[in-house]
Write a protein that binds this ligand. Structure first.
Ligand code: ARE
Length: 593
């Protein structure tokens, strides 16, 4: 047995309350190394009277490790536990402070989940896993009739880093039918508070809607209209930095260390008119226009918390997308969570973090992050085709094992944003590849988000080309693609197993371009299969490959979405399943229960 590969520790992604009555424990072992894993658990105050055993199953595997899981019902809410591992004839016990063939008599040295305090449970808002988001960049989505002609660039001309097109919130209001027809039920707006740039990440006034976009009243009317249609609204807040026109920063520029806002920013060196030395301060990414806020200063933190509270109460928004969340201190996020959840317990706190975000997702700070790591893999597998199915499945599995299940369910799944080139462009303009990526997005764990215009076939390279004006002329829109997106949303809504529950890869060969996985929750199981290559392929599953381990043959599988069918599904006599997939083919099958 490869003992060096064994890993477990309590809390975080290794032992967490998935619901109020269960602790899910996860154990890492070297891939393919162990035949059997069992959790021995009980109450440490009555170990001999309560000790019981539950077998674990491998739910995920990456290139190096298997991840075993078991859900433990803990009657006394106190959990002491150790693992019994078997490989060939070898049997060892694994605890927090020992490893060996004989476990200690008592529970001393076991792992502990000391008490299942309800307040320690990680509880992202329940609605998120069922939601489908649509991202709007307000300057480029829609311009209402109220905007004076000639003030802005002509709609549809080429975006540059500086120019503005006059999009506004009334324009969004006029276009809500588009979103309803598509079927989305949440909007993520990039910033709309007053700021000089077209992207508005350089906040000048946190309390005002940018005059180009409208007023507080327009925003309130828009949120109300969205709510009436069952659409939730998420706004983008920039608390890491401000714009240089933010009045407290202007005051610092004017008064130097004498400014009452001197501690609001991270000044490294004050200007000295005598020596000609100029002011040096920390910024976002070396951008002089984006001075970094010092949220460790109580006044600054209080100010920003009041901003959050104001917009929740005033405009009844449903969540916050938090810019550069990984560069703001944890203490501030804890305070923000308390502030926000006190006003609206099911508001969604979504952080922009591009890497391992467990340190923010323990239930006391953010609810979720934008899943750029999985987006990156999806782009490489479906769009640029620079990784094979095995690499894709391994790294996706590794990502899933890094978080508690409920955190994965509430994550924000995107294939593109205002910070990336557009999906269709990354697919080289090939719509077939794009559709496969979108099918993945809508059958994977986490709430999908459509970047405005992707659904009607817009293309665009990196910023600023990815921020072109939305195309509204019906003849210039790809309506078949729109119908496909609408179908994908409907498919996801029709099956709980696509929105919650687990995922298991069934077919992901090294060097391969065909991929299949199963989504499962309760009795429901959905198999999704793809061929991202130009050659036809047939994927074969043995019955035992199915997660539930029962018959995957006979008449138990039906097509969940016939429009996607690319070949005749075959059910061989000996059980199992055969899926012939044409070039860029795919299939979605449902287990009939
Ligand atoms: C402008 C120009 C760019 C130019 C840049 C630098 O448009 O072409 O490259 O200036 O000169 C906003 C605007 C941008 C603007 C920027 C600065 O939207 O258009 O860029 O302000 O003025 C990292 C951060 C992440 C950040 C991205 C952009 O971690 O937080 O970079 N994203 C947010 C917003 C942006 C916004 C800002 C932050 C600033 O979503 O829209 O930019 O408020 C890797 C790394 C990531 C890195 C990522 C993307 O994966 O791991 O850390 O993200 O690449 O670069």
């Amino acid at each position: 047995m490869n003992r060096g590969a064994l890993y477990h520790r309590h809390k975080q992604n290794w032992a967490f309350m998935y619901d109020d009555a269960h602790v899910r424990v996860r154990l890492r072992t070297a891939r393919g190394d162990i035949d059997e894993a069992v959790v021995c658990y009980g109450d440490k105050y009555d170990w001999h009277g309560t000790e019981c055993r539950t077998p674990m199953t491998i739910r995920l595997s990456d290139s190096l490790y298997d991840y075993w899981e078991a859900d433990l019902a803990v009657g006394t809410r106190r959990l002491s536990y150790r693992f019994l591992l078997g490989s060939g004839r070898e049997r060892i016990y694994f605890g927090e402070r020992w490893l060996g063939e004989q476990p200690p008599e008592e529970s001393f040295g076991n792992f502990e989940y000391p008490y299942m305090n309800p307040d320690d449970a990680i509880r992202p808002p329940g609605w998120v896993k069922d939601a489908v988001f649509y991202q709007i960049f307000p300057d480029r989505f829609a311009r209402s009739g109220a905007v004076a002609a000639g003030t802005f660039e002509p709609w549809g001309s080429a975006p540059t880093k500086q120019n503005a097109f006059g999009g506004d919130l009334s324009g969004v209001l006029d276009k809500l039918d588009h979103l309803t027809a598509l079927g989305v039920d949440a909007i993520y707006f990039t910033p709309l508070f007053q700021a000089p740039s077209s992207h508005k990440y350089d906040t000048e006034n946190y309390y005002a809607v940018d005059p180009q976009f409208g007023t507080v009243e327009t925003l309130k009317a828009l949120v109300e209209a969205c709510h009436a249609r069952g659409i939730r609204v998420l706004l983008d807040f920039v608390f890491n930095h401000t714009g240089s026109r933010f009045p407290p920063f202007q005051d610092v520029l004017e008064r130097g260390p004498a400014s009452r806002y001197a501690d609001w920013f991270r000044v490294l060196r004050w200007a000295d008119p005598d020596t000609g030395v100029s002011l040096v301060y920390e910024t976002f990414g070396y951008e002089a226009d984006l001075p970094k806020l010092n949220v460790s200063h109580p006044e600054t933190a209080d100010y920003l918390l009041q901003v959050a509270s104001y917009w929740l109460r005033e405009a009844d928004i449903d969540g916050f997308r938090l810019d550069v969340a990984n560069e703001v201190d944890h203490r501030f996020w804890r305070r923000l969570r308390e502030t926000v959840k006190a006003v609206k317990p099911d508001a969604y706190l979504l952080g922009e973090i591009f890497h391992d975000a467990m340190a923010w997702l323990g239930g006391d700070q953010l609810d979720a992050v934008m899943d750029y790591p999985v987006r990156d893999l999806a782009i490489k597998f479906f769009a640029s085709r620079t990784i094979d199915a095995e690499t894709f499945a391994n790294i996706v599995s590794q990502q899933l094992a890094m978080y508690p299940q409920q955190v994965c369910e509430a994550s924000f799944q995107l294939l593109g944003s205002h910070d990336t080139a557009r999906l269709l462009t990354l697919c080289g303009g090939d719509e077939a590849r794009m559709r496969l990526a979108v099918l993945f997005q809508f059958t994977y764990i986490g709430a999908p988000c459509i970047y405005y215009g992707d659904e009607i076939g817009m293309s665009g390279e990196n910023d600023p080309d990815n921020r072109r004006c939305m195309v509204w002329e019906p003849e210039a829109q790809n309506r078949e693609l729109f119908a496909f997106y609408r179908d994908m949303i409907a498919l996801r809504r029709a099956h709980g197993a696509l929105r919650g529950g687990g995922i298991r890869f069934l077919h992901a060969p090294a060097g391969g371009s065909a991929l299949a996985y199963e989504r499962y929750a309760g009795d429901e199981r959905i198999v999704v299969a793809f061929n991202v290559g130009e050659q036809p392929q047939t994927i074969r599953f043995a019955s035992e490959q199915s997660v539930a381990g029962d018959e995957a043959g006979g008449e138990t599988w039906v097509e969940a979405w016939e429009e996607l069918r690319t070949g005749e599904v075959r059910l061989p006599d000996g059980g199992g399943l055969e899926l012939p997939l044409g070039p860029y083919g795919c299939a979605v099958l449902r287990h009939r229960v």
